[in-house]
Design a protein around this ligand. Sequence first.
Ligand SMILES: [Zn+2]
Ligand SMILES: [Zn+2]
Length: 145
Amino acid sequence: MPTTNLDRRVEARLAEHEVRYTSGRKAVIQALSEVEGPRSAAELSEIVGDSVPLSSLYRTLAVLEDAGVVAPHFSKNLARYELAEWLAGHHHHLVCIDCGTIDDIAIPETLEVRVEEIVTAIGDISKFRASNHALEVEGTCARCA
Ligand SMILES: [Zn+2]
Ligand SMILES: [Zn+2]
């Protein structure tokens, strides 16, 4: 498996936490970098195959989460993981209330500016200085509609 720029950034962050960037952890990071949207441990297991047994996959995800490399998102009581925002870039999510799938959604900059205005205005209500936001749009995905 070639070492990518992503690998170097993850490896540096893990080193700060005195965690080694093992081949299993690297396989999980590569799998997450190739899918669009958060994935459950079971879904990731299908991608990484035998290189990371499901039992150690849960442990791997916990280690990566503790180091701030991956972030969990929950729908239908199931944790789905994605690369943390500092790695994946800022984006939003579409959450299907029927099947629980969480999809990434990229929005135009003009819409992002409006979202930021709304978030800032919400913070202003209680003298809270908003610095970021996480937006999840709930509804029914095209597959379930
Ligand atoms: Zn759905
Ligand atoms: Zn945003």
